[in-house]
Design a protein. Structure first.
Length: 382
């Protein structure tokens, strides 16, 4: 990842983690508060049940004139006091506040009940338990453990989502970087040719045909690069369409590339019938220029290009390097190149497809490696 992608990645990750952890903290705090209140209520009702049970047995023993025996309880201590707060039954409990019905001090919960109504001389039933403090300690451990596990899961999900969401940006940034590199490379070739031809012309102080041809070819290459970049940047949507003689556009395109055809010694075999289309002139020119320019670019020297035009279709067939079958589906994607044979930006066929879609044309492409490629634009799809 480059610096911009890394910055976006860490910014998204930080924002996601901070917001998730805030929500997790609030959820944990709410759950903890609810459980503390619930545990406190449960503990009170358990202790109150013990006190009521003991009080009931005290009253029953007094009424039935039987001996009272205080039971032991697994998770609580019980002590019975008279009205003077003297211990009558049970284990002595220290620091009992008889003015309160229920309170928590340190690790102990204390409940003071007067339900015995002084039967058997018992005025207070005191129940003391440490279960509440133990349950809260267990609750804290469990919440902490679950919170840490959830936080770990959130971190893993955040990293995965960051990669997933930023992958298109990363790919697009890589496309832009490759595009800039390709642009530099593509511009370098005609610019170098122009500089050399100009230098030779100045040194000779005359302009021979070869020098002028090099200047002309390089100038046209620069113009084609400019036209392609302008189209993918601005798309020329404002230009109006009208009836035009497309056969003249095709002939002009062949003439336009004549010097480049001569340099590679490529012969054009054309069968052009009159054809009228309702199109914007610049897009008609862009359509045929990209098709013919690609055919020339990927053709070997001393080969032939066939062009057929009728009312129904335009076909451009070359004897070039061809395209692998598995790449035919992606060849129309922007910045996609089937190979590095002749450089380029990977926008030519994307522009052709864009123009074809705009006017409702249909594109057929077939190719064989080392045999050539045939591309047909049908003006009236079946």
């Amino acid at each position: 990842m480059n610096k911009l992608t890394k910055k976006s990645f860490y910014s998204f990750l930080t924002l996601y983690l901070v917001s998730s952890f805030i929500f997790l903290f609030l959820a944990s705090y709410w759950f903890y508060s609810y459980q503390v209140s619930s545990q406190k209520s449960n503990n009170y009702y358990k202790m109150n049940h013990i006190a009521d049970s003991v009080s009931s047995r005290v009253i029953n023993a007094h009424m039935m004139d039987t001996e009272f025996v205080l039971d032991t309880f697994a998770h609580a201590k019980v002590a019975l006091y008279d009205k003077d707060k003297n211990l009558k039954y049970g284990t002595p409990l220290q620091k009992i506040d008889f003015t309160k019905d229920f309170y928590i001090e340190g690790e102990n919960s204390v409940l003071v009940s007067g339900a015995t109504a002084s039967h058997l001389g018992v005025r207070y039933v005191v129940v003391q338990s440490a279960e509440y403090a133990k349950s809260i300690a267990r609750l804290q451990q469990n919440i902490l453990l679950v919170t840490l596990l959830v936080a770990l899961v959130i971190i893993i999900i955040a990293v995965m989502l960051s990669y997933i969401f930023l992958q298109p940006i990363k790919n697009k940034m890589q496309e832009i970087e490759d595009f800039v590199k390709d642009t530099t490379h593509e511009l370098n070739t005609p610019l170098t040719a122009l500089m050399m031809s100009t230098s030779r012309a100045k040194s000779k102080k005359l302009y021979d045909e070869k020098i002028m041809q090099n200047i002309s070819i390089s100038t046209k290459q620069l113009y084609d690069i400019y036209a392609s970049l302008s189209y993918i940047s601005f798309d020329a949507q404002g230009e109006e369409s009208h009836e035009l003689f497309f056969d003249k556009v095709v002939k002009n395109s062949i003439e336009y590339f004549n010097e480049l055809l001569e340099r590679k010694n490529i012969r054009v075999e054309s069968h052009i019938s009159p054809c009228t289309l309702h199109m914007a002139p610049s897009k008609a020119k862009m359509l045929i220029n990209n098709l013919l320019g690609n055919a020339i670019k990927y053709s070997h020297p001393n080969t032939k290009i066939r062009i057929q035009l009728s009312d129904d279709y335009l076909m451009v067939q070359d004897e070039g390097i061809g395209i692998e079958k598995e790449k035919l589906q992606s060849i129309f994607e922007r910045f996609t190149r089937a190979n590095d044979y002749a450089g380029g930006f990977g926008v030519g066929l994307n522009i052709v497809e864009s123009i074809a879609k705009e006017y409702g044309f249909e594109i057929d492409i077939s190719s064989k490696i080392h045999k050539g490629t045939t591309l047909t634009v049908r003006f009236q799809p079946s």
